[in-house]
Design a binder for this molecule. Structure first.
Ligand SMILES: Nc1ncnc2c1ncn2[C@@H]1O[C@H](COP(=O)(O)OP(=O)(O)OP(=O)(O)O)[C@@H](O)[C@H]1O
Ligand SMILES: [Mg+2]
Length: 248
C-alpha cells in the first residue's frame, strides 16, 4: 500500500523546550493512525505541523504529491498549497456563531475554493446527512448540543475535500454522553476509507478504529505498531506506564 503521508525528522522547539526532537512516521492511504501520549508530549504540535498551522523548525512532510520542507523556509504559497491537503477538527469546534449550520459548511468551499454555490450546497447537504444533521442545516450553532456542533465541525472540514483528516482530541471537551455520537461519525469515515490521524485518549475507540498506534513521549515516537501491539502488549516500559495511568 502506498503511503499518503510521510513525516520525516520533524523538529520543533518553543524557546528552550525541544518539543519534537525527531519525529518520523508514515500513514498508508486509507488507514487510520491514532497518536497517544502524555499531556505536553507534542501531539497537538505534530497535528499543527501536518496542517502547517505553525512552522516546524525542521523536517519534511509529504501529503500525496505535495511536500513541505520546514528547514528551508517554504514560501507562503507553498505552505497554503500544503495546508489544503489536510482538514483539521479541533478539540473545541470553532464554528461561526452568526452563520447557520449550512452556511458554516459551505463557507470554505465557496469563499476559499471559489466553488459554485449550488454545488457546494448540494455537497453540504450530503455531508450533513452523513453526520446525521441535515435536519439542523438552518439552525445556528448555539441551538445545537456540543456533540452536534462537533459533528458540524467534521462536516465543515470534509467539505474542503482534503486528502487527509486530522482530529485533535475531538471528544475531550464533550460531556460523556455525547462522546459516542462523535466517535461513531469518525468510525463511519474510517469505514469509507478516509485516511486519518487522530489524537485521542479514548483507548477503546483507538483499539477499534486504528490500523496503527503511535505512542509519543519526550519528543520522539517511543513505540509504534498495531493496536494489539501497542495497546495490549506494549514492549516499552514508558508505554506501559502511560496506559496504566490513563486506564486506571
Ligand atoms: N505556542 C506555544 N508557545 C510555547 N510553548 C508551547 C506552545 N505550544 C505548545 N507549547 C509547549 O509545547 C509542549 C507540547 O505541547 P502540545 O500542545 O503539542 O502537547 P500535547 O501532547 O498536545 O498535550 P495535551 O495532551 O495536553 O493536549 C508543551 O510543553 C507546551 O507547553
Ligand atoms: Mg494537545
Amino acid at each position: 500500500m502506498t503511503d499518503l503521508l510521510d513525516v520525516n525528522s520533524l523538529k520543533k522547539s518553543f524557546g528552550a523546550i525541544e518539543v519534537l526532537k525527531d519525529v518520523s512516521f508514515s500513514v498508508p492511504a486509507g488507514t487510520v493512525t491514532v497518536i497517544i501520549g502524555p499531556s505536553g508530549s507534542g501531539k497537538t504540535t505534530i497535528l499543527r505541523s501536518l496542517n502547517a498551522l505553525d512552522p516546524a523548525d525542521g523536517g519534511v512532510i509529504r501529503i500525496g504529491e505535495v511536500s513541505v520542507d520546514f528547514a528551508h523556509a517554504p514560501s507562503g504559497a507553498a505552505v497554503r498549497a500544503f495546508r489544503a491537503q489536510s482538514g483539521m477538527v479541533f478539540q473545541q469546534h470553532n464554528l461561526f456563531p452568526h452563520k447557520t449550520v449550512l452556511q458554516n459548511v459551505i463557507e470554505g468551499p465557496v469563499i476559499v475554493q471559489k466553488r459554485p454555490k449550488d454545488a457546494a450546497i448540494a455537497d453540504a447537504h450530503k455531508l450533513l446527512d452523513e453526520v446525521g444533521l441535515d435536519a439542523k442545516s438552518d439552525q445556528y450553532p448555539f441551538q445545537l448540543s456540543g456533540g452536534q456542533q462537533q459533528r458540524v465541525g467534521i462536516a465543515r472540514a470534509l467539505a474542503l475535500k482534503p486528502k487527509l483528516m486530522l482530529f485533535d482530541e475531538p471528544t475531550s471537551a464533550l460531556d460523556p454522553e455525547l462522546v459516542g455520537e462523535v466517535l461513531a461519525v469518525i468510525k463511519g469515515l474510517a469505514a469509507e476509507g478516509w485516511t486519518m490521524v487522530i489524537v485521542t485518549h479514548e483507548i477503546r475507540f483507538a483499539q477499534q478504529v486504528a490500523d496503527q498506534v503511535l505512542f509519543i513521549e519526550g519528543g520522539v515516537v517511543v513505540e509504534r505498531g498495531t493496536p494489539d501491539e501497542v495497546l495490549k502488549n506494549p514492549t516499552e516500559a514508558r508505554t506501559r506506564q502511560f496506559l496504566q495511568r490513563i486506564l486506571a
